[in-house]
Design a protein around this ligand. Structure first.
Ligand SMILES: [Zn+2]
Ligand SMILES: [Zn+2]
Length: 256
C-alpha cells in the first residue's frame, strides 16, 4: 500500500537492524523502499542490499553535501546505473545551506547527473536546499524535463513545486510535513496534484511525529501518508494507492 521513495538503509545505524526494519515495513504495509546513493564509495553496499532483498530498490549518485568525495563522471554514473535494480540517478542537486563559498563544483556535479540521467533514461532524485532558483535554472538549462524525476524532501514554496511539476517532476514529502510548525509545507502538500505526490522518510533522519527526534525507518512512511491524507481530507488508502502508483509510473515505467 505504501512505498518509501527515499531512505538510506545502508547507513550503519539502519543496516545493522535490517531484518527488523524489513519486518516493520511488512507490518505497516510498506511494500518497497528506495535506498538512495550519496556517494560512489558506498554504492556496492546499496547494490548488494537491492540484490538480496526484493523490497529494496537502489539509486546511484553523489550528494551535493559530499564535498570531498570522488567526483562522478557521466560515463561512470551511466555504467553504474545499468544494474536492473538501480531505478534512478541521485541524489543530486544543490545545497547552499550546509556548504558556503564558491559552489560552482556543486552546480557542475548537478549538471553531470542530469546528463547521465538523460543518457541512461532513468529519472532524477533532486535534493535542493536554499538553492531553489539555481536548481530550477540548471534543470531547465540541462533539459531535465526530458527525463523527469522527483524533488525529494520538499520544503520549498508552492510556486517552486508547480515549476518543478511543469518540468515533469514529482514532489516528495518527508516527515517534516508532520511537524506542527511546518505550516507552509502542509499547505503545499494539500494543494499539489495528487498524481504528482510521492512519500518518503529520508531515514535515518527526520522521523515523523510521533517518533520525532528518534531514529527514522521506512515503516514510518505510513505516518507521512496519514498526515497528507488528513490535510487533503481523503482516505489514507486513496493517498497510499495514488503515491504507490506515482512511484511505479515514475521509476518503474508502469503505464508510461
Ligand atoms: Zn537529500
Ligand atoms: Zn537523502
Amino acid at each position: 500500500m505504501f512505498i518509501d521513495s527515499h531512505c538510506h538503509l545502508n547507513f550503519p545505524e539502519l543496516a545493522e537492524n535490517l531484518d527488523e526494519l524489513l519486518a516493520n515495513m511488512r507490518r505497516n504495509e510498506v511494500s518497497h523502499a528506495l535506498c538512495v546513493g550519496v556517494n560512489l564509495e558506498n554504492f556496492p553496499q546499496i547494490q548488494l542490499l537491492a540484490e538480496q532483498h526484493e523490497q529494496i530498490y537502489a539509486s546511484v549518485g553523489v550528494h551535493p553535501d559530499y564535498e570531498l568525495d570522488a567526483e562522478p563522471t557521466q560515463k561512470l554514473l551511466v555504467q553504474m546505473a545499468q544494474h536492473p535494480k538501480v531505478i534512478a540517478i541521485g541524489e543530486t542537486g544543490l545545497d547552499y545551506f550546509r556548504l558556503k563559498g564558491d559552489l560552482e563544483w556543486q552546480r557542475e556535479r548537478f549538471r553531470t547527473h542530469i546528463r547521465a540521467a538523460r543518457e541512461c533514461r532513468k529519472p532524477l532524485i533532486i535534493h535542493t536546499r536554499e538553492a531553489a532558483q539555481d536548481t530550477l535554472r540548471i534543470m531547465a538549462e540541462e533539459g531535465a524535463e526530458q527525463i523527469g524525476g522527483v524533488m525529494h524532501c520538499f520544503t520549498e514554496s508552492l510556486e517552486v513545486a508547480l515549476a518543478a511539476i511543469e518540468m515533469n517532476f514529482y514532489i516528495s514529502f518527508s516527515g517534516i510535513v508532520t511537524f506542527k510548525k511546518a505550516t507552509s509545507i502542509k499547505e503545499v502538500a494539500r494543494l499539489v496534484p495528487l498524481d504528482r505526490i510521492l512519500i518518503e522518510t529520508d531515514a535515518p533522519y527526520l522521523a515523523p511525529v510521533p517518533f520525532r527526534g528518534k531514529l527514522n525507518q521506512p515503516a514510518y512512511v505510513k505516518h507521512v501518508a496519514e498526515e497528507i491524507a488528513n490535510l487533503r481530507g481523503i482516505p489514507l488508502e486513496e493517498l497510499g494507492c495514488a503515491t504507490t502508483e506515482n512511484f511505479r509510473r515514475l521509476f518503474l515505467g508502469a503505464g508510461r
